[in-house]
Write a protein that binds this ligand. Structure first.
Ligand code: GLV
Length: 321
């Protein structure tokens, strides 16, 4: 990267000023075609580039890193980084960065959108109206479940989990949380519980933990069955945190009140058993999808890449060299 301009492979068009900033100091190769979801497609696209700016659909595996030997940084335009083999990146001396903070509030808002949508049957109600079934107000029409006075269980008390918890007071909910560590003074104040206790006492459980080998199927069938009858599960984190087939089975038994999902185990595929159900609200992974947030994410990813190609520490590293 000395002498000539570094080459940055950007795997998708970016909002905001990210590409402009990169073009000021780098040669940018931009993919404006379909998303690159295969290792071979990613290798072909990145090739000899010095840096890559990636999305979560791009599988940055050890094979990809091995086949792109000039790569110094992978700037993921997402807070999650389960699409990247971190151990391989560390071993191969490649920085990995993500986009925390800038998407926290948008994702927390969307989580509450799902909590309200599933407990108050918003998707079902809208379909009812559009299907021409609304013939006037009725006392017993489309009754949902009250959330005030009940417990919200937050699994993963990081930035997004805490932002979700902060909003709970506005809806009159108490908050319990579980995490790998118990902070001395949780902010916002919340009761720490073991995961099993949280599951068995919460009216709404919301997931905010990263996906890794330790958290895959964190909510397996046994744990899903701990949830009280009529309770709700919301997931805006990563699909594989939940055993989706088990979730369908438990929903089919009518044990739960419903589920609100923004993410899926085999994304973008969705279990047919979920698609059929009225007590499930399904969104297409839009947790951080506001114009402002997506621009901020792309710009932070670009700042990370620019820092590394300039020989500086990136602002938000995941793999620090
Ligand atoms: C989106 O899922 C992200 O990780 O930012």
């Amino acid at each position: 990267m000395t002498g000539k301009l570094p080459v940055v492979a950007v795997t998708a068009e970016l909002p905001g000023r990210a590409v402009e900033w990169l073009e000021d100091r780098c040669l940018v190769r931009l993919n404006s075609g379909v998303q690159i979801t295969s290792e071979s497609g990613l290798v072909d696209f990145i090739g000899p580039a010095d840096a890559a700016l990636t999305l979560i659909a791009n599988p940055v595996t050890d094979r990809v890193l091995a086949a792109c030997p000039n790569l110094r940084v992978v700037g993921n335009c997402a807070v999650g980084f389960d699409n990247i083999d971190l151990e391989a990146a560390r071993r191969r001396g490649v920085w990995v960065t993500n986009t925390p903070d800038v998407l926290t509030e948008a994702t927390a808002d969307l989580t509450w959108g799902l909590i309200l949508a599933v407990t108050r049957r918003l998707g079902e109600s809208e379909r009812y109206l559009r299907d021409g079934c609304f013939h006037g107000w009725a006392l017993d029409m489309l009754l949902g479940s009250a959330i005030q006075g009940r417990q919200l269980g937050v699994v993963g008390f990081g930035r997004i989990g805490r932002a979700v918890a902060r909003r709970a007071g506005g809806f009159g909910m108490s908050v319990a949380y579980s995490d790998v560590e118990e902070p001395e003074c949780p902010d916002p104040p919340a009761v720490f519980m073991a995961l099993e206790d949280l599951l068995s006492t919460s009216h709404v459980v919301t997931l905010h933990t990263p996906l890794n080998e330790g958290t895959r199927h964190l909510l397996d069938e046994a744990r899903l069955r701990l949830m009280p009858p009529g309770a709700f599960l919301v997931n805006t984190a990563r699909g594989p945190l939940v055993d989706e087939a088990a979730l369908v089975r438990v929903l089919e038994e009518g044990r739960l009140g419903g589920a609100g999902l923004d993410v899926y185990e085999h994304e973008p595929a969705v279990q047919p058993g979920l698609l059929e159900r009225e007590d499930v609200v399904l969104l297409p992974h839009i947790g951080s999808a506001t114009v402002e947030t997506r621009a901020a994410m792309a710009e932070l990813a670009a700042r990370n890449v620019l820092a590394v190609v300039s020989g500086e520490e990136p602002p938000t590293p995941v793999v620090r060299l």
